[in-house]
Design a protein around this ligand. Structure first.
Ligand code: P6P
Length: 319
């Protein structure tokens, strides 16, 4: 089944179908630019920084342009929130019911120069009658990501199930390869940047120590660890074979509220995780219930296997 056939059978709003089709085309183009980045001189640094103060690569800006240009061709797009752009873009045609698209055009771009997986992340909601451009987590209509790895894949959810499409370059189409992606409740693989352990609070330290203590430790089993420095790649692995991902707020990033951004990283990945049967928490509450106050707001993220996130919660008493 192709992406277009799936959308025709699952989505009733032709405007939303058109927007997803344009995003899928944008991700196809971004995947091509990613693949040719070393040949086209699009690696290294652009000499600019994004709203997070992170150095931008030429390809970050190219990906943002591709994504933005594709989205605005949909006549019902009202608002764009991009990791790469400080200001929220509100189109002159914006009206209640218009699409709000929050996106990270190239997530994990530091992996690009070393030829490791990167991705694009997006969340689609509607502009309310109050025209407030900041979406609410529980109001997302669609969340998805593209992963540019050994193959380009597009993973989507509209709330009922999570589906995965693989780009068939020969056939020039996205083909359904995962019809119902589920995250097993139990896990034996965790993902966290362990180099930050000196900054962790006692709860995070207790969780990770429990995982690495192995069969004779409190968890009674061995865990494996992965860290790819690309949220898309870590979340995709969890969707494909289970596990848990943690990027907690810690003593070093506490002042800015953590590392990962709410609208275009945490919200979409939280919706995908929950629909796939997992949990996504900021350590206090479900991420999708977090109230947003600014476009580039950050959050703590613990997401993946339901029982792992619940176990993490039980360690809150560690001080
Ligand atoms: P660290 C990429 O920059 C990102 O936003 C996520 O995709 C990824 O999980 C995280 O930051 C990587 O952070 O501390 O490994 O550089």
């Amino acid at each position: 089944m192709t992406l277009n056939a799936y959308l025709a059978s699952e989505v009733s709003d032709p405007d939303l179908i058109d927007l997803i089709d344009r995003i899928a085309s944008a991700c196809w183009k971004i995947g091509q630019v990613v693949r040719d980045s070393a040949l086209d001189g699009n690696q290294g640094h652009a000499g600019t920084v994004n709203p997070q103060g992170e150095e931008q690569k030429p390809i970050d800006l190219i990906a943002d342009d591709i994504f933005r240009t594709s989205c605005v061709q949909n006549s019902n797009v009202a608002v764009l929130i991009s990791e790469e752009v400080e200001d929220i873009t509100t189109l002159s045609t914006a009206q209640s019911g218009g699409f709000v698209v929050a996106y990270d055009p190239l997530d994990g771009s530091s992996n690009l120069d070393v030829n490791l997986s990167v991705g694009s992340i997006f969340a689609i909601s509607r502009l309310g009658a109050d025209l407030d451009p900041l979406p609410e987590g529980r109001s997302l209509e669609c969340a998805g990501y593209a992963i540019y790895g050994p193959s380009t894949m597009l993973v989507l959810t509209f709330g009922a199930r999570v589906v995965g499409f693989t780009l068939d370059v020969t056939a020039e189409d996205y083909v359904l390869t995962q019809a119902d992606m589920r995250i097993p409740a139990e896990a034996s693989e965790f993902a966290i940047n362990v180099s930050r352990s000196r900054h962790w609070d006692a709860q995070v330290s207790a969780y990770v120590e429990g995982c690495i203590a192995g069969p004779t430790g409190p968890r009674g089993k061995a865990f494996n660890m992965r860290w790819t420095a690309s949220m898309v790649a870590d979340v995709h692995r969890i969707l494909m074979r289970g596990g848990v991902f943690l990027y907690p707020t810690d003593a070093e990033n506490q002042a800015q509220g953590g590392k990962l951004r709410l609208f275009y990283e945490a919200f979409p990945m939280a919706m995908i995780t929950e629909v796939a049967g997992g949990r996504a928490s900021n350590g206090q509450t479900d991420i999708l219930d977090v109230t947003a106050t600014s476009a580039h707001q950050r959050t703590s993220v613990i997401l993946g296997a339901r029982d792992e996130v619940t176990h993490f919660d039980t360690l809150k008493s560690h001080t």
